[in-house]
Design a protein around this ligand. Structure first.
Ligand code: MTE
Ligand code: MO
Length: 392
């Protein structure tokens, strides 16, 4: 990557070039001015982001946020099985099960249909303070609405469940009572027909105006805006319509949430109910991502992820001080991540804790860490995340 100063010069030049067009969200993160610096976060582990050749996980360093769109080469990635290399010319997307015309669509067939752009911000459901919130990104995807494609192939009345299979395949543990089978299975996820026919999901073939990279699921992937990343099946090979629920590994076992509800709050309380659910819609979350020093003032920048419900407020708190209302970037869209900023005046030198909290119009408030105490699987951790910073 180019040194920061060169990048800044390049950015400034780019900003001039695009003048008042909407290409760069200059509001939330204004063009860097002379003498602006990033405030140091003290909470990153030394090994953060270090390239591990054996890792199939790629994190996005959220301290680098400089606009709504994450560059494709910095986009986070999770790969559970292999990363298929697919020849676009030979690519076929199969439609099977309760469809009127079982079909094999080519990439060109899809590209001939009316395209839509969708800015979608999402995170892996395993994203949390443990990984410095680095399993999240936001991009502009281009593709065709899933409902248009399903209408094209024709949905039979028997179909209630839509299953999406990736080309990737690998041995997965299938536990049945005392037995564990190691079975070769494709990556698969499903949703109800009603969700699949809603206007939102798309079969995407481009990210930020370029064909998907291999890591991002070339040539075609599902994007379900407002849902956790696990739904966004990459290297899509087959869409299968069936009558009954699909219980594949990544739908019903590896990814699920288990939390205690009711009773006194103790696990042993007989009134506790253990609620087990699938991983679908993004739980309301906000994170402080970057802090910039400009003259005597500081700008706190962060993002919100959620299911698209309009937001009521984002607030920021320093140490034990009061909550201050942050400002949302007018360029945010319903399913983008929502950037916010708050001007921190009078920051004193030394170490501080900075935390954000988001509330939506339904009255849902982002929980504190302690409120998620009864959640057993670490997924869907949307707790407030106090950040440690050093003001110089
Ligand atoms: N085919 C396939 N699709 C997949 C996965 C996978 O392992 N195989 N990982 C999922 C998970 S768990 C996440 S969080 C997202 C990550 O999307 P990204 O790699 O584009 O960031 O992809 C999802 N789609
Ligand atoms: Mo994930």
């Amino acid at each position: 990557m180019a040194p920061l100063t060169n990048r800044r010069e390049a950015l400034r030049a780019a900003m001039k070039a695009v003048a008042l067009t909407a290409a760069i969200p200059s509001w939330a993160v204004p063009a860097p001015a002379q003498g602006e610096t990033d405030v140091e976060f003290l909470d990153y582990p030394k090994t953060f982001g270090a390239a591990n050749p054996n890792s199939t996980t790629k994190v996005f360093d959220i301290r680098k946020i400089d606009g709504l769109i994450t560059p494709a080469d910095q986009f986070f990635a999770i790969t559970h099985l292999n990363q298929p290399e697919i020849d676009a010319a030979k690519y076929r997307l199969k439609f099977t099960g309760w469809v009127r015309k079982p079909a094999d669509l080519t990439l060109d067939d899809l590209k001939k249909m009316k395209p839509v752009d969708l800015v979608a911000g999402y995170e892996c459901s395993g994203n949390s303070s443990r990984g410095m919130q680095g399993l999240s990104s936001c991009g502009k995807f281009t593709g065709v609405p899933l409902n248009a494609v399903l209408k094209h192939v024709g949905v039979m009345p028997r179909a209630h469940e839509v299953v999406f299979f990736g080309t990737d395949k690998g041995a997965q543990d299938v536990v049945f009572r005392q037995q564990t089978f190691k079975l070769d299975q494709q990556y698969g996820r499903s949703m109800t027909l009603e969700n699949a026919m809603s206007p939102e999901p798309i079969l995407a073939y481009a990210l930020n105006g370029e064909p998907l990279t291999r890591r991002a699921g070339f040539p075609v992937r599902l994007i379900m805006p407002g849902w956790y990343g696990v739904t966004n099946v990459k290297w899509l090979s087959e869409i299968h319509l069936q009558q009954d629920r699909y219980l594949g590994n990544y739908q019903a076992r590896w990814y699920r949430s288990v939390r205690g509800v009711g009773g006194t709050g103790e696990d042993t309380d007989p009134d506790t109910q253990w609620v087990e659910t699938e991983i679908t819609r993004l739980q309301l979350k906000s994170v402080v991502a970057r802090i910039r020093k400009s003259g005597g003032s500081h700008q706190v920048i962060g993002f919100v992820l959620n299911d698209g419900t309009p937001l009521k407020a984002v607030e920021v708190k320093v140490d034990d001080g009061p909550w201050h209302k942050a400002t949302l970037d007018p360029k945010n869209t319903r399913y983008s991540w929502k950037l916010f900023t708050w001007k921190w005046d009078g920051a004193t030198p030394g170490e501080h804790t900075v935390v954000s909290r988001v509330t939506d119009v339904e009255g849902t408030v982002q929980p504190e860490v302690a409120e998620l105490k009864r959640k057993k699987t670490f997924l869907q951790d949307n707790a407030q995340h106090p950040r440690k910073v050093k003001i110089t």
